[in-house]
Design a protein around this ligand. Structure first.
Ligand SMILES: Nc1ncnc2c1ncn2[C@@H]1O[C@H](COP(=O)(O)OP(=O)(O)OP(=O)(O)O)[C@@H](O)[C@H]1O
Length: 240
């Protein structure tokens, strides 16, 4: 579903690469935690999958398509295969919960009757039925993240990318968000979650890919994460 082939990413005016010869393969329906210290390259991986960035060397494939040879006009279609969730929710502050989610369908030209059916269904799924008319500032952080997940998932993309989705939330609220992402994964959606959240990673025991200074230092099924342990040089990449 997602394949990185020897991907190196340099940003302008930086001495070392953000990603250094990264090769990863993530299959359809997998749930993967992408872990590593701040600056290790997690967000860069997510940006490459979205084709917000392009590799300096190597290739990124998503759903069989080589993103480097994809023409610009095909990029919006590519992005429709992805739902994306961020640490800071990124909701439209003047729109209601319903409108925030509906907007994601309006911009891709979905018909009104489709929107009227899909939005309540996804809001029910994320546990926000009854809160359709609230604006983001009238919701808790956890509820705002649920709106963001509803917006990312309403078009049922085959891939959901989540960049530190629990980064602004307390542990109990984080657990609820993680349960929701797990539930989405159980519908067959591939989920890639970048996180520092040791508690979540260690509790859920899913595949863990660890980055350290842009290098994959660990790829482990049912892995754990200990951020206090120096990653590079102490661990080897297993054939997962
Ligand atoms: N647009 C950019 N321009 C220049 N350097 C960048 C850019 N984006 C990221 N970097 C650098 O690339 C490296 C990897 O950053 P990245 O954001 O991918 O890491 P991360 O693991 O997601 O970190 P965090 O957990 O803090 O979000 C860092 O050294 C960062 O400073």
């Amino acid at each position: 579903m997602i394949r990185f082939e020897n991907v190196t990413k340099f940003y302008a005016r930086t001495p070392r690469p953000a990603l250094d010869d990264v090769s990863i393969e993530i299959g359809r329906g997998e749930f993967v935690f992408l872990v590593g210290a701040s600056g290790s390259g997690k967000t860069s991986c997510i940006s490459l999958v979205q084709r917000e960035e392009r590799p300096s060397a190597g290739k990124v494939f998503v759903a069989g398509r080589d993103l480097s040879s994809m023409s610009a006009w095909k990029v919006p279609e590519h992005r429709r295969k992805l739902g994306v969730v961020f640490q800071d929710f990124r909701l439209l502050p003047d729109k209601t919960v319903y409108e925030n989610v509906a907007f994601a369908l309006q911009v891709i030209g979905k018909k009104r009757h489709t929107i009227r059916l899909a939005v309540p269904e996804v809001l029910e799924m994320v546990g926000l039925a009854g809160k359709e008319k609230r604006r983001p500032h009238e919701l808790s952080g956890g509820e705002q993240q649920r709106v963001a997940i509803a917006r990312a998932y309403v078009n049922r993309p085959p891939i959901l990318l989540a960049d530190e989705p629990t980064g602004n939330l307390d542990p109990t609220t984080s657990l609820g968000i993680m349960r929701l992402l797990d539930q989405i994964n159980l519908t067959g959606t591939t989920v890639v979650m970048a996180t520092h959240d040791e508690e979540i990673v260690n509790q859920w025991r899913k595949r863990v890919i660890e980055l350290d200074e842009g290098v994959v230092v660990r790829d482990q099924p049912e892995g754990i994460y200990d951020s206090s342990r120096p990653a590079r040089g102490e661990l080897t990449v297993s054939e997962a």
